[in-house]
Design a protein around this ligand. Structure first.
Ligand code: NAD
Ligand code: WQD
Length: 339
């Protein structure tokens, strides 16, 4: 069985991807320091996939620890690098912490992969596009100024991977630029568990629906969009997990046309904040009180993906609907609150 290192595999997207990799017959070695997750995720991955991943508790930004991981597992054939911190607001308050977890971890991992000629699938973000002038954004849309230290760590990491691939003939990488992944595993056992106060729309809507908050604040209703609220590209996290399986298969099967490839991963269409709240009400069967509030600093009015490359080259297309994503998020939150 091919063994894959999955850094950050105890987290939201990593745990659901680990399930899909295990189901595809890979052996999964999770490397996580539980900075934003807990060891309990490993048991739940095992329960869903029918097979438990291996675990090494380690800091991916620590070169000595990562050398130890690869030395102990010489049969690893590739890596998927999820490990990172992801709060835009926290990255403004603690930029160096973000560069350490996000950029240094990528550098340390690249070093190990270079030495062994192993391929990498990297978790990037649509935030690298900054404030795009034209929509939808394709992979050839020029990248603009990152709006936060977090966005900058993704931009810098992408550049570093591209340069390392160019310099080291054995190294190959696929970068996936995620738009707004949402939802949970349909089992209700794996999903997003925000650390501290949630910042993102779906965890906040779940809080309102669970009665932990009175209302959702709609950040800005005077944007130049169809209903005045911001537009984003939301899609199911299980579809995102599938994109990683395809990317890895492409690298391991040496099907990639170039040693460095980038794909947008999103639904390909934009949904406004008000449309999301309506869709969530339907999926959860709960009324959500909304309060119009000022714009959130740093928000861009609209972004959604051109996914033609993912479809035509990677062979990926989303299989699940927005309704299914929101239903799964609701199931996950309801299960998590059970005594
Ligand atoms: P998450 O916080 O749930 O998972 C990240 C995991 O990495 C956690 O288990 C955490 O403990 C671990 N980790 C962090 N720093 C580490 C370190 N130094 N060493 C070892 N483990 C470490 O986040 P997620 O939503 O699953 O995001 C996964 C990846 O996808 C991240 O790289 C994130 O930047 C990227 N991404 C996420 C989104 C999103 O909307 N969730 C969108 C675009 C990109
Ligand atoms: C979505 C929309 C808000 C909360 C985030 C991360 C980013 C990237 C993708 C990792 C926006 C509006 C939100 C609320 C609201 N992840 N909103 N009221 O900003 O698109 O990006 O996910 O790379 O790092 O920041 O997602 O869920 O925060 O917001 O009106 O209480 O919902 O203004 O338009 P965003 P989000």
């Amino acid at each position: 069985m091919d063994k894959i290192v999955v850094t950050g595999g105890a987290g939201y997207i990593g745990s659901i991807t680990a399930v899909e990799l295990l189901r595809m017959g890979f052996e999964v070695l999770v490397v996580d320091n539980f900075a934003n997750s807990s060891p309990g995720a490993l048991g739940r991955i095992g329960a869903v996939a029918g097979r438990r991943p291996m675990l090494v508790e380690a800091d991916c930004a620590d070169a000595a620890q990562m050398r130890g991981v690869f030395a102990a597992h010489p049969d690893v054939v590739g890596a998927v690098h999820f490990a990172a911190l992801k709060s835009v607001a926290q990255s403004v308050a603690h930029p160096l912490r973000y560069y350490r977890h996000n950029v240094q971890s990528t550098m340390v991992l690249l070093d190990e992969l270079c030495q062994r000629g192993l391929p990498l699938v990297y978790s990037s973000s649509c935030l690298v596009y900054g404030r795009p002038e034209r929509l939808p954004v394709s992979e050839s849309t020029p990248l603009s100024e990152p709006a936060s230290p977090y966005a900058s760590t993704k931009r810098v990491s992408e550049g570093m991977i591209a340069q390392a691939v160019e310099a080291h003939p054995g190294l190959r990488a696929v970068v996936l630029r995620y738009f707004n992944p949402i939802g949970a595993h349909p089992s209700g056992l794996l999903g997003e568990r925000p650390n501290g106060r949630p910042e993102n729309l779906i965890p906040l809507l779940l809080d309102v629906a669970m009665g932990r908050r009175d209302a959702i604040k709609v950040f800005g209703s005077d944007y130049p969009t169809r209903d005045g609220t911001c537009i984003r590209d939301y899609f199911h996290v299980v579809d995102l997990a599938q994109a990683h399986v395809l990317a890895l298969g492409r690298l391991l099967g040496r099907k990639a046309e170039q040693p460095y490839e980038v794909f947008n991963i999103g639904s390909g269409s934009g949904v406004s904040v008000l449309e999301m709240i309506d869709a969530f009400e339907q999926a959860a069967g709960r009324r959500i009180t909304r309060l119009m509030a000022p714009r959130r600093p740093g928000d861009i009015p609209a972004i959604w993906a051109d996914t033609a490359m993912a479809r035509d080259v990677l062979g990926w297309r989303p299989q699940l609907t927005l309704h299914e994503a929101l239903r799964s998020a609701w199931l996950w939150a309801s299960r998590a609150s059970e005594p």
